[in-house]
Design a binder for this molecule. Structure first.
Ligand code: NAD
Length: 518
């Protein structure tokens, strides 16, 4: 969909207008000013901590951990230790690698406080040091390659630690169930970092959907397209670009057998983990899972009915295709995937034709389109753009206008009841729209900070797993969608989801299901 900068601005103004309208405005807007608890706390219903910040250790100090450490809320979390076998990543964690996104612990905490953060060479060394009383913390944040999420989370739960792990929850659904059961057995919290559960932008968008402004949703199109076809853009193959000194370090670790102990066959596999089935889950796990998560939130958090798709290694590793340096590429994962999921509509129980379809594509050779989700409703269209912008448009009608150039406001829909979108004849935002925009802040948070704040709040107040917005059960549903989509592409078939897969108490899982294998 081609949208001009002017139309983008109109879409954003429309969204703000709808969020701020007295007819749709949420009570929490008032609470904000009164309570001054912070945007996340106001939206997601938590407060400032009464006691001390929760002591935490980070396991994994790569790109994502550094984003999280930059965002970590110091009123809620005290970072006491970090662990990573890659010395260069530990160095970068202190110094920072990006002026805003990954600022480094020295800048975040001050030199003096950063010097007190204890450093370990792996989760094993970290947990041993805690068992020996050399370091003390009650929660971990895990940001390591996918294959290690479950083994490390289980070891941490066994050690009595609360776990906030990065997405995808685990490498397979058996592991997800083990994690949920272990957390329950130990009475510990387990959450997964699908940050859209803590994005104010997504929460507001979802609220408008729930209030019916988009009408009946029959289709969501999600995509995350990249161009990794140029040598300097192969963002998942990193071994070639690390320094010779780091290569030497890692090859020594490989030789010592330490990497095997941590679950990696080689130093290169540790660095390029996203490319291999043993360590990663491909485009669906890394990118698509976020957007399946968003789509299912918009569709009322219902479980999907079925999935089918095509995935292929259609660019890398083929003589004559793409640049010569890609011809001998050894990755396992597909470089383009196209998936269709069927979700039950609101009346599905009564009417089996009430289906909403979600399509997802992720490709590696073109990035013309932004990443995000477009929600197509019978009354309007909502575009979520790169987790930063939400654009709202009304369906065109001869009587009341609409389309990409139309400014909107919310009216009371006398005919159908409830709020509805209507054309608005001035371009300027109303006070309500301006207030909504101001309320969301200058820089839209992607939700990382809020996700960590809320987790610490739940730990500190000894709250149960149901309080977490992306707890084990919710995250397992995301993993089931992503990993069953992978199975559908691998076996080239339409797979029907089974209720028991979503039940942590049942041993049934898609990866061993008869319909999948046959
Ligand atoms: N929520 C998001 O938007 C988002 C974005 C990017 C990545 N992620 C997730 O974050 C995780 C990490 O991704 P990344 O991009 O940071 O990868 P990365 O390769 O940059 O970092 C992973 C780090 O984990 C370390 N590690 C591996 N095994 C370890 C162990 N046993 N103990 C301690 N450290 C260990 C590695 O040495 C490496 O430094 C992945 O699960 C990924 O899917 C989430």
């Amino acid at each position: 969909m081609e949208i001009t900068p002017e139309q983008t601005q109109i879409g954003k103004d429309n969204f703000n207008e709808a969020v701020g309208s007295p007819l749709t405005r949420r009570d929490l807007m008032k609470a904000a000013a009164a309570a001054s608890v912070g945007l996340g706390a106001m939206y997601f219903n938590y407060e400032k901590l009464n006691g001390s910040p929760v002591k935490a250790a980070f396991i994994g100090c790569g790109d994502e951990a550094n984003v999280l450490m930059t965002e970590h809320p110091m009123d809620y979390m005290e970072l006491v230790a970090i662990a990573d076998p890659r010395k260069a990543n530990i160095d970068d964690t202190f110094k920072g690698t990006h002026p805003e996104a990954r600022i480094g612990l020295i800048k975040k905490l001050t030199q003096e406080k950063a010097a007190k953060v204890q450093v370990f060479s792996s989760h094993l060394e970290l947990l041993q040091a805690r068992a020996d009383g050399k370091v003390d913390f009650e929660m971990v944040v895990i940001a390591v390659p996918l294959s290690q999420h479950a083994p490390i989370a289980l070891a941490c739960l066994d050690a009595g630690l609360h776990v906030l792990t990065e997405k995808l929850m685990a490498h397979n659904i058996t592991e997800c169930k083990q994690m949920i059961r272990k957390a329950e057995e130990k009475g510990l919290l387990l959450a997964v970092g699908h940050q859209r559960h803590y994005s104010v932008l997504y929460d507001n968008a979802n609220d408008l959907i729930k209030k019916g402004l988009l009408g009946d949703i029959k289709f969501i199109r999600a995509q995350w397209h990249r161009n990794n076809s140029f040598p300097d853009r192969d963002s998942w193959r990193k071994w070639e670009s690390i320094s010779d000194a780091e290569k030497k370090d890692l090859l020594e670790l490989e030789k010592s057998g330490k990497l095997k102990e941590l679950g990696y066959d080689s130093a290169q596999q540790l660095v390029d983990w996203r490319l291999y089935n043993k360590t990663g889950g491909g485009l669906m796990a890394e990118l698509g899972s976020h957007q399946m998560d968003a789509s299912s939130i918009f569709l009322g958090k219902k479980h999907p009915l079925a999935v089918q798709g095509y995935g292929g290694k259609n660019f890398y590793g083929m003589e004559g295709v793409g640049p010569k340096d890609k011809w001998d590429d050894d990755r396992d994962i597909d470089d383009q995937i196209f998936v269709t999921l069927e979700f039950p509509g609101k009346t599905y129980e009564k009417n089996k034709n009430d289906i909403a379809v979600v399509t997802y594509s992720s490709i590696s050779t073109n990035r013309q389109e932004f990443y995000g989700e477009t929600v197509f409703g019978s009354r309007g269209t909502l575009i979520m753009k790169e987790e930063k912008e939400a654009l709202l448009y009304k369906e065109q009608s001869p009587a009341s206008g609409g389309g990409l150039d139309q400014r909107l406001w919310v009216i009371d829909n006398a005919k159908g009841g409830g709020p509805a979108l209507d054309s608005y004849n001035t371009a300027a935002p109303t006070a309500a729209g301006a207030m909504a925009q101001a309320g969301m802040g200058d820089k839209v948070s992607r939700g990382y900070k809020e996700e960590m704040e809320h987790f610490c709040y739940c730990v500190s107040n000894k709250l149960g797993p149901e309080t977490l917005r992306c707890n084990g059960r919710v995250a397992m549903a995301d993993a089931i969608m992503a990993l069953t989509a992978n199975l559908a592409m691998k076996h080239k078939k339409r797979i029907v989801f089974k209720d028991e897969w979503f039940d942590p108490a049942s041993d049934a899982v898609p990866e061993t299901d008869e319909q999948v294998k046959v």
